[in-house]
Design a protein around this ligand. Sequence first.
Ligand SMILES: C[S@@+](CC[C@H](N)C(=O)[O-])C[C@H]1O[C@@H](n2cnc3c(N)ncnc32)[C@H](O)[C@@H]1O
Length: 267
Amino acid sequence: MQEENGKKSAPTKPKDRFRFSSERGRADLNPYVDRIGEHGKLVLTAEKAEQQRGQWRSLLGRSEACPLLLEIGPGNGFFFAELIARFPAAALLAVEIRFKRVWLTADKAKRTKLDNFRVIHHHSGYLDLLFEPGELDAVFINHPDPWPKERHHKHRLLQKSFAEQLATQLRPQGEVWIKSDFDPYGPLAREVFSASPWHEIAYTEDLHGAGSQLLKKAPAKSRFWCADSETNYERKSRKKGARITVAGYRRLPPSGADEAHQTGAER
Ligand SMILES: C[S@@+](CC[C@H](N)C(=O)[O-])C[C@H]1O[C@@H](n2cnc3c(N)ncnc32)[C@H](O)[C@@H]1O
């Protein structure tokens, strides 16, 4: 949240912006609209999640110093469950748009026997309603939908406006990690995250080939790298022979941004 004269500012809610709501789910058409309730407090509807903006760490019993990690589009939840196990001291959230995948992700996450997480039914275009500026430490985006047809490109998650949104929601030194088996998404990630305040900390278009050093060693100073955790989509597409792209970016503090971009440090 922006600090203005010591007061916290409210998120903007433009009047013409479509309001995402879990209440629009049709239980007569999709049983998971009701079934997400089976996971109790571990799953939050969009409406309930928005009420937690700025309070995620305290909801999850963590101090303000502890990292808050977000996965967008967890799908079946295999990677999210690994994240929880890998960072048991952190607070973890997953934002997923489809009811069934919300249920599946919570189901996998529950098996860790930890409760420092929540799975949120929401749309990734509304991060400003879920998080105060600077609230997040890392965001993971694994295999975002490709939308290959040109007329559908506007639906792609990787857009300049999305990178600007993340630059607001992430703390300085926060990290964004992207994985994809869709070849155009590597260059697109580079384009979208090319401007300040972003600094590229890792990039390969072939994680299991030329870029396999990333599987053995984290890039310098990366706190949240976990490229060696395979996602469900990744496993399936690797079986079909696809190459996996990984792109990692750090949100630089304002004063260090230009210098790091000029030196190309850590590439
Ligand atoms: C191709 S699947 C990848 C699933 C998983 N990350 C993996 O790698 O196995 C993309 C996921 O993103 C979710 N998704 C698509 N658009 C979304 C949005 N705007 N907000 C949140 N989740 C979204 C889909 O429902 C789906 O679960």
